[in-house]
Design a protein around this ligand. Structure first.
Ligand code: NAD
Length: 254
């Protein structure tokens, strides 16, 4: 079960956190993994880990928000079977405290970045005879979170894009689903705490952990395992769905 032998997978933002866990588990299951990353050093760390396990991986320095650069990278990679749109950035603010430049930046990376990759990858997936797309959404797409105006807007779009793509390509053997994690302990969370709560990191870490009814944050590997399932042929009947993986956040926080 869950073999990805002879599959070629692209993971965006595969140099860190959730993307790294996904790239690593897909490679472990024998997919040939291609990482699209802004951070060259992070991408190399993931490649080293995958290669040390005797598996195949490649990386490309690329900003997912750059339409032409993304197109060029996908042309270089060629036909693919799996696309994981994981790269994303965070932002804190309400509608009246979010600057136009910050709003645009979050939309550029978290929404246009996914459009860019879909636009470039779908023809390559079609040439491969079909495949699977996973988009990284968030619980911010499902419930109202405080101070996450731009981020929630973007993740809501990711969830809607997922349904649109699932509908448009269902006849071409392309499945598309999204994953909506609550807090996952990654450099994304550490950076958030460092930037916004530099004076009380341990207290805030504990507070953020307890917002999940299960009492902790997720581990990136737990998101990786769900992504592997959705990418595998075992999930062949699943398309157009969003998968919360949230320690009870969206259903038990009452
Ligand atoms: N960590 C969480 O609690 C959490 C919860 C829900 C959803 N998510 C989502 O999961 C995804 C991954 O989050 P993470 O916590 O692993 O983040 P992370 O910051 O640890 O890793 C994100 C990676 O994406 C790369 N990246 C950022 N912008 C890019 C761009 N423009 N082009 C190419 N690469 C780029 C970064 O270099 C980094 O390596 C994001 O979409 C995030 O919104 C995270």
């Amino acid at each position: 079960m869950f073999s990805l032998k002879n599959k070629k997978a692209v993971v965006t933002g595969g140099g860190s956190g959730i993307g790294r866990a996904i790239a690593t588990i897909l490679a472990k299951q024998d997919a040939e993994v291609h990482i699209i990353e802004l951070g060259v050093a992070q991408a190399k760390d993931t490649l080293d880990e995958i290669k040390a396990a005797g598996k195949q991986a490649f990386s490309y320095a690329c900003d997912v928000s750059d339409h032409n650069a993304v197109k060029a990278v996908f042309e270089q990679i060629g036909n693919i079977n799996i696309l994981v749109n994981n790269a994303g950035i965070a932002h804190i603010g309400k509608a009246d405290t979010t600057d136009e430049s910050d709003f645009d930046r979050v939309m550029r990376v978290n929404v246009k970045g996914i459009y860019n990759c879909l636009h470039a990858a779908i023809p390559q997936i079609r040439l491969a005879g079909g495949g699977v797309i996973i988009n990284m959404a968030s619980i911010a797409a499902l419930v109202g979170l405080p101070d996450r105006f731009a981020y929630s807007t973007a993740k809501g779009a990711v969830k809607a894009m997922t349904m649109s793509v699932a509908k448009d390509y269902i006849g071409e053997n392309i499945r598309c689903n999204s994953i909506s994690p609550a807090r996952v302990h990654t450099p994304f969370v550490d950076g958030f705490l460092q930037k916004n709560y530099p004076d009380n990191i341990p207290e805030m870490f504990d507070k953020l952990s307890k917002t999940q009814p299960i009492g902790r944050m997720a581990r990136p590997e737990e998101i990786g395992a769900l992504a592997l399932y959705l990418c595998s042929d075992e999930a062949a009947f699943i398309t157009g769905c969003d998968y919360p993986i949230d320690g009870g956040f969206t259903t038990l926080n009452n």
